[in-house]
Design a protein around this ligand. Structure first.
Ligand SMILES: Nc1ncnc2c1ncn2[C@@H]1O[C@H](COP(=O)(O)OP(=O)(O)OP(=O)(O)O)[C@@H](O)[C@H]1O
Ligand SMILES: [Mg+2]
Length: 228
């Protein structure tokens, strides 16, 4: 089981349950899921569409509370209050949403700048460097609606990384990229991981998953080690 790998966890989830809806329309998505992600790990999560990967990432990222079970971040139980969770999320987590969630009225560059500002962080040049590395310098002044889907996805990655989070949670970050751009992005992930940042990446791509040090698969609302 995945939770044997608990030497020095940055995130520990135990007995997570999460569902949607009420009564007969109720769908149970996470069903007693355990996961420990060690500091400095690069973990890939795979599994069929609809199995609950994004739901899990939202719970791990303290965006939403589980119905049952607990999440600990760096040894501290995630506060039940949404406000308490927000502080950890803002200061220590970077999130690449499956649907990007960029602000439509702001340019790509301003999307990243505002994310730094709400965190009280200075622009130390990393955002510009990432824009360049991910082939976005030419389009940084454009608004999301004037960008291709793959460009929007890479802007979302820059926004998630610019404040140097301890934990990067990325929901299918290569899902809309051609192979050259996917490789470039995964090189960045590997590099920041070598520098100590912890990564949990959801992917449908076996090639992308190979960039990670460990792969787990979701089935029946739980995680299992991937044995190729
Ligand atoms: N807000 C919601 N209300 C009701 N059901 C939901 C809601 N969000 C997700 N679901 C359902 O929960 C299940 C898990 O959804 P989730 O988005 O976590 O899957 P996923 O594994 O990320 O899928 P994909 O690979 O397609 O992104 C699905 O059956 C989905 O229809
Ligand atoms: Mg999803």
């Amino acid at each position: 089981m995945s939770d044997t790998n608990a030497a020095n966890p940055l995130v520990s989830a135990r007995g997570l349950c999460k569902g949607y809806g009420k009564g007969r329309a109720r769908v149970e998505v996470l069903r007693g899921l355990d996961l420990h992600v060690n500091k400095g790990e690069f973990l890939a999560v795979m599994g069929p569409s609809g199995c609950g990967k994004s739901t899990l990432l939202h719970v791990l990222g303290l965006m939403t509370a589980p119905d049952a079970g607990s999440v600990c971040f760096d040894g501290v139980a995630a506060p039940a209050r949404a406000g308490g969770r927000t502080a950890i999320r803002r200061d220590r987590i970077g999130f690449v949403f499956q649907r990007f969630n960029l602000i439509g009225v702001l340019s790509a560059r301003a999307n990243v700048a505002i994310s730094l500002r709400v965190r009280g962080r200075r622009d130390d040049g990393l955002a510009g460097e990432l824009f360049e590395r991910l082939g976005l310098s030419e389009v940084a002044a454009r608004k999301p609606g004037q960008l291709s889907i793959g460009e929007q996805q890479r802007v979302a990655v820059v926004r998630a990384l610019a404040h140097r989070p301890d934990l990067l949670l990325a929901d299918e970050p290569t899902g809309n990229l051609d192979s050259a751009n996917a490789t470039g992005l995964l090189d960045v992930f590997r590099e920041i991981n070598r520098q100590g940042q912890t990564i949990v990446m959801i992917t449908h791509s076996p090639e992308a998953a190979q960039a990670a040090g460990r792969i787990v698969c979701m089935r029946d609302g739980k995680l299992f080690d991937h044995n190729p």
